[in-house]
Design a protein around this ligand. Structure first.
Ligand code: CDV
Length: 312
């Protein structure tokens, strides 16, 4: 019996700073209904899907910052989305800004959750590779203050056995790091879910535009998929938010590394693929049979050294 997950990658167009959660959730429900009509079992939404990509704004006022975060999920703003998904028996992956911890020590994370078709939250991931900077940087063409607003994720890269397969998650910049996929690969991951908000130009090198950024996106997720024999579903928030463009190009990638579906627009767009999880087996059992071929006695530097130290 093939284990086929019909995945809907629900790319979202821009969300302006002045738009509230209601605008996002209404559009997410529209995408969910399309996914239902197409027979999807799982819908994947982007990173920080409920608001504009706020790390581009430099804020110091705590209440202004916290207004972008969610203490509970689901909550009053998102309940309708969760209810519709459960009614259809569709699992969802949702990225959002999470406030955890206690009243005295609140903790801020860039988070994604995985909810199964019965409405149970079965997985939680908190972004580990936070890009950007921790203080306002006048040298940049625009800000990317994730290191100011979020703590480094404290949950590692777990995987979850759910919905008939083994699922993992990572968030945006994590997808550029081979370690991200390998830690999940070593737990037998069969499908990695990723949301992203990638500016269409490099804030420190404006001549690096959408073409190169798209190339880097695809290079990273295709390599992660192939080298770990896993499906990868990478979903963008795209388009121009308050004058700043985010990359589109959401993709669903086969364990061979080939792209099987790709978004064409810079707006709300559902792309769908039938992902047979058993198609991960061939590479897992041959060229990437880790147990037979990995040589951990030569990999010590990976976990003992962070930065590069060239020889004298
Ligand atoms: N949201 C992100 O993590 N964005 C980064 C940008 C800053 C490079 C990314 O890797 O796409």
């Amino acid at each position: 019996m093939p284990r086929v997950v019909r995945v809907g990658a629900a790319q979202m167009g821009p969300l302006q700073k002045g738009e509230g959660r209601a605008v996002a959730v209404e559009r997410m429900i529209d995408l969910l209904e399309q996914a239902h009509e197409e027979g999807c079992n799982l819908v994947v939404y982007p990173e920080l899907a409920l608001t504009t990509f706020f790390p581009r704004w430099n804020m110091d006022d705590e209440s202004e910052i916290d207004a972008y975060f969610e203490a509970d999920m689901p909550n009053a703003d998102t309940a309708a989305l969760f209810d519709r998904a459960k009614a259809h028996g569709i699992g969802i992956h949702l990225g959002y800004a999470e406030i955890a911890g206690t009243e005295e020590k609140r903790r801020h994370f860039n988070t994604a959750i995985l909810v199964d078709g019965a409405g149970e939250t079965v997985g939680r991931y908190r972004k580990i590779h936070l890009p950007g900077h921790g203080e306002y940087d006048p040298e940049r063409h625009f800000q990317h203050l994730e290191k100011k607003y979020f703590e480094i994720g404290n949950l590692g890269f777990p995987v979850w056995r759910t919905m008939g397969g083994i699922f993992g998650m990572c968030i945006c910049n994590d997808r550029r790091w081979p370690e991200t996929y390998r830690v999940m690969g070593l737990q037998g991951v069969e499908m990695v879910l990723i949301g992203f908000n990638t500016p269409s130009t490099n804030s420190q090198r404006p001549e690096e535009g959408a073409e190169m950024r798209t190339f880097h996106n695809e290079l990273s997720v295709q390599a992660g998929a192939y080298q770990n024999a896993t499906w990868v579903v990478a979903v963008a928030k795209a388009g121009v938010e308050d004058g700043f463009e985010l990359l589109g190009g959401s993709v669903i990638v086969h364990p061979s590394g080939q792209i099987v579906a790709k978004a064409e627009s810079m707006g709300d767009e559902l792309i769908v693929a039938d992902c047979d999880l058993d198609e991960t087996a061939f590479y897992k059992q041959t060229i990437f049979d880790f147990a037979r071929h990995r040589r951990i006695e030569h990999y010590g530097l990976i976990t003992s050294r962070t930065g590069a130290e060239p020889p004298e």
